[in-house]
Design a protein around this ligand. Sequence first.
Ligand code: SF4
Length: 144
Amino acid sequence: MLDRWVHQVVCWARRKSPWVLHFNSGGCNGCDIEILDLLTPRYDVERLGIVKEASPRHADILLCTGPVTRQSRDRLRRIYEQMPAPKWVVAMGSCACSGGLFAEGFNVLGGVDQILPVDIYVPGCPCRPEAMIDGIARLLGEIK
Ligand code: SF4
């Protein structure tokens, strides 16, 4: 009974205060600048309980921008493996969703889903902060 109660509290806390790690695997930085917007007073995602985290060992959600390149593939995979389960992946921007305008590049493998299981796709070039918040909110709605 106590275990179940503790589990419910942990799930509630995870839904109410996700810690998000951001990684750019090869994009142009346009999406990254929009992610920084999320932390400004205008969007202020911390009021929604969303906290930007620097360490993969403390993160619940991996926010990916940019296409996956041959150079970043192993690093992206290693970061994902360092995150504790349960964990989720959000592909932010057209590049992370499908490779975007870099898809034909000689060193580009494609979108993040070529390497990791993606839970939510948020297209756009760059994707707007409102769309990013909506994507994370959709993901939190799916977390049971
Ligand atoms: S989706 Fe557009 S803005 Fe974002 S990394 Fe790709 S090219 Fe840059």
